[in-house]
Design a protein around this ligand. Sequence first.
Ligand code: PGA
Length: 250
Amino acid sequence: MKIIRATDYNDMSRKAANIISAQVILYPDSVLGLATGSTPLGVYRQLVDWFRKGDIDFSKVHSVNLDEYVGLAPEHPQSYHYYMNENFFRHINIKPENTNVPNGLAEDIDAECARYDKLIADLGGIDLQLLGIGHTGHIGFNEPDQDFDKMTHKVKLNQKTIEANARFFNSVDEVPKYAITMGIKAIMQAKKILLVANGEGKAEILDRALFGPVAPAVPASILQLHPDVTVVADEAALSVIQKNHPEAVM
Ligand code: PGA
């Protein structure tokens, strides 16, 4: 695992965007696994900027997003579909039909999960998966205390996650209670993983995820077993790791 230190949020965003950009330049038909949340916003902004300057071409890229709330339509401003369109897809030349987000409105959620896994398999798997990390150690919406061996499935959101995401809704009651998420097994099948983290609030969980025991209580800890993980984090998010494992940080 490579842990790359960034000075601040912008530096984290630029370094992570550089890794994605290199992937797309080297392999224009890459399948990118994409994430939502506050952390990757700067990464998308940077990629859009480079696209506008003519440095990256997304016309052959396919994307698959990690997760979506159950019950929110793609047009709902808090849906992850909407987030991806607004923050990334509509600013670049990726073909809309090449972008994929789980359908939170599917009548048969289990069938939707199976469709999503098949879609990823039919694309030949994910070449580079971008991940954030939740305060609970979740990746995608894989919350603590779940098994490690799930593919795409429906999850009940952890109360801490619901509270963390309430800032985007009018009230905590409006936050959906369920989501569809790629499972840990599906994430672990990605060929490369790029995890981004910023801010002091992530320092403790990042240390536990990368250096603690590998256990479903900290879902991101499974990444210790993946052969190709790069973590790009700012000084604040690395503060505990720098103290406990200074030799591990580049
Ligand atoms: P955040 O979310 O980027 O908004 O902190 C991370 C996550 O929940 O994966």
